[in-house]
Design a protein around this ligand. Structure first.
Ligand SMILES: NC(=O)c1ccc[n+]([C@@H]2O[C@H](COP(=O)([O-])OP(=O)(O)OC[C@H]3O[C@@H](n4cnc5c(N)ncnc54)[C@H](OP(=O)(O)O)[C@@H]3O)[C@@H](O)[C@H]2O)c1
Length: 333
């Protein structure tokens, strides 16, 4: 099958468009004919070698973490999916590879695609949708009338998280550039901080939760907007010891991660707030709940551009500019 292959880790290195064997289908797997694949900065970071310690993929392998497509075969232990089902997924770590014609995915990572979305729109959802779900619902336990600051509201995670937070009944503040103020308002943001003109850490206070996806400076300034017992949750690092333990990291790596987050944890403690890092996980059940929200019209995808599969390297370069509005997807067939 045709695929975009990483032959060796290299910063900004191009993926090779070549051929790989069709993936084997285990008892718990569904084989999916890929119609569209969503792009994420995680693809770029893995290609650059930044995740080698956490996700030790051995080249050559296929990149790509989001997929929408059609089930063409099911394993012997699969009951809930059938040939012909239209599905979407963020396959689990260790089994990614959606920049290709086919992928074999564990049934536990799969959900039926929202009926009201095109394949391209559906492929834009899983990784960012699950990230927002796991931060807001699982980790933050966001409730009605709480206040949350979601950084980078115009990005992939931000556009989804704003809508989910509004659905959960929270008051939502977000940061964005002037060009995207209207977009984040249209998604439901109550308070919009245009970072070109204003400093969020001066304008906001008394917040229950901050979702950080930006740099260290933003992370540290975010402490100031939280009220005592508030939660600072970061998806862009630094990792903490709980995360290291959750992924079964070695003692050495656990200590390294503890050290990396020592500064922010100490500063958080001084302000009587908590700091935690979250790295999203594949989860078909949560994705099914996201399907329901999308079919009910509560959450909609925000699409920036669709590239042809052949232009996957160009599509990655485009998201690496950090300026994409919502999601970028490649159309496979
Ligand atoms: N840990 C996890 O599980 C996990 C999961 C998903 C993502 N992530 C990470 O989270 C980060 C965000 O991911 P993403 O997919 O949402 O990225 P993205 O879609 O590429 O984000 C692009 C957006 O960021 C906005 N932005 C850039 N600089 C900003 C600033 N200083 N203030 C406010 N907005 C700013 C841009 O809006 P403007 O053009 O208006 O500036 C743009 O719309 C990445 O580092 C990604 O790797 C982690």
């Amino acid at each position: 099958m045709k695929a975009f292959i990483l032959d060796r880790y290299k910063k900004k290195g191009a993926l090779r468009f070549g051929h790989m064997p069709e993936p084997p289908v285990r008892g718990d797997d569904v084989l999916v004919e890929i119609q569209a694949a969503g792009l994420n900065l995680l693809d770029s970071k893995i290609r650059d070698g930044e995740f080698k310690l956490i996700l030790p993929y051995r080249p050559p392998f296929i990149l790509g973490h989001d997929v929408a497509g059609t089930v063409v075969r099911v394993g012997s232990k699969v009951g809930q999916f059938r040939t012909g089902d239209e599905i979407y997924s963020r396959p689990r770590d260790g089994r990614v590879g959606t920049f290709a014609e086919l992928i074999s995915i564990d049934k536990a990572d799969v959900a039926l695609k929202p009926k009201n979305l095109s394949m391209e729109e559906a492929a834009s959802i899983p990784l960012v949708g699950l990230t927002a779900w796991q931060v807001l619902v699982e980790k933050a336990n966001l409730r009605k009338a709480q206040k949350i600051l979601i950084h980078a509201g115009a990005g992939g995670v931000g556009t989804f998280a704003i809508q989910l937070a509004k659905h959960l009944g929270a008051t939502v503040a977000t940061t964005t550039s002037t060009a995207n103020v209207d977009l984040v308002k249209s998604l439901g943001a109550d308070v919009v901080i245009d970072y070109k003109k204003d400093d969020f850490s001066k304008d906001l206070s008394g917040y229950d939760i901050v979702l950080n996806s930006l740099d260290k400076e933003t992370l540290e300034k975010s402490l100031r907007v939280l009220k005592p017992s508030g939660k600072l949750i970061s998806i862009s690092g630094p990792p903490d010891a709980d995360f290291a333990e959750a992924i079964g990291a070695s003692w050495f790596l656990q200590q390294a991660m503890r050290l990396l987050s020592f500064g922010i944890r100490t500063k958080a403690k001084r302000r009587r707030v908590s700091y935690s890092f979250l790295f999203m996980r594949a989860n078909g059940d949560q994705l099914s709940r996201i399907t329901s929200l999308i079919e009910a019209g509560i959450i909609r995808p925000v699409m920036d551009r669709v590239f042809p599969l052949e232009a996957t390297n160009e599509a990655l370069a485009y998201i690496e500019t950090g300026r994409s509005k919502g999601k970028v997807v490649v159309k496979v067939r």
